[in-house]
Design a binder for this molecule. Structure first.
Ligand code: ZN
Ligand code: ZN
Length: 236
């Protein structure tokens, strides 16, 4: 499978990740990626960086050691209205935005309430990707989710860390099987991401790629195959 990008990674700044931006870039170069996305956890995640970190990202070059780098945020979906935790003026400065549900920042509701929360986040023009929509602790209606992803031109993520044997999310594999079927039915694009919290994990999509192969997911619906194809999802 052609796979040239990894756009969901974390550095030291996220508080529970272990490498620097430069170490992540070196790792991306070693993996021969064409694009690396660095998306620190947004401020409501305990121990992460705060607003000023994101506000100041304009000082970072978008090409480092010959690698194209995008800087953004992994936002927390905070409630059933899809509220996220960075202000509009900061979001305007981000190269890309992921919105995810994380246990410390979201109190699970019914399947309808959780699905509404994620769908509302998709309707935010800044949100390009829904991160790890796979955790049975926050059940989602994948038919509705895929339909809204198509309508709002939002990518659904297949998160490699969720599928790893040491992953801590619940029933991810089973949920991805359902989600991927809905994506095929409705021709919705997905993106594989490592969600690397260490440099050694940058570009690691092994478990995600194996699952896509297993369900015979079509190449044309995988955003990792070209930077141009991925970037089309940055314009909502
Ligand atoms: Zn996350
Ligand atoms: Zn993450």
């Amino acid at each position: 499978m052609i796979d040239v990008l990894d756009v969901h990674t974390h550095t030291l700044a996220s508080g529970h990740a272990y490498n620097t931006i430069y170490e992540m870039v070196y790792a991306a170069k070693e993996k021969k990626l064409e694009l690396l996305g660095i998306t620190e956890h947004a401020p409501k995640m305990p121990g992460t960086c705060y607003d000023y970190y994101f506000m100041n990202l304009h000082v970072m070059a978008r090409e480092i050691l010959g690698m194209s780098v995008m800087f953004g945020a992994e936002l927390n979906i905070l409630d059933f209205k899809g509220t996220i935790d960075l202000s509009e003026n900061i979001l305007n400065e981000m190269d890309l935005c992921i919105a995810s549900i994380h246990p410390p920042c979201f109190k699970t509701g019914t399947i309808e309430e959780n699905t509404k929360a994620v769908m509302m986040a998709m309707n935010n023009r800044h949100i390009n990707i829904i991160g790890h929509p796979d955790d049975a602790r926050f059940p989602l209606d994948y038919s509705q989710l895929a339909a809204e992803a198509a309508r709002t031109h939002t990518l659904l993520e297949v998160n490699n860390s969720s599928l790893a044997p040491n992953g801590y999310r619940v029933n991810s594999r089973e949920n991805y099987c359902i989600m991927l079927k809905e994506c095929m039915k409705k021709e919705v694009c997905i993106v594989m991401n490592s969600d690397a919290h260490t440099a050694t994990d940058v570009g690691n999509h092994a478990f995600a790629a194996a699952l896509l192969k297993e369900v015979e997911f079509p190449q044309e619906l995988i955003a990792n195959t070209s930077v141009e194809k991925f970037k089309a999802f940055l314009r909502k």
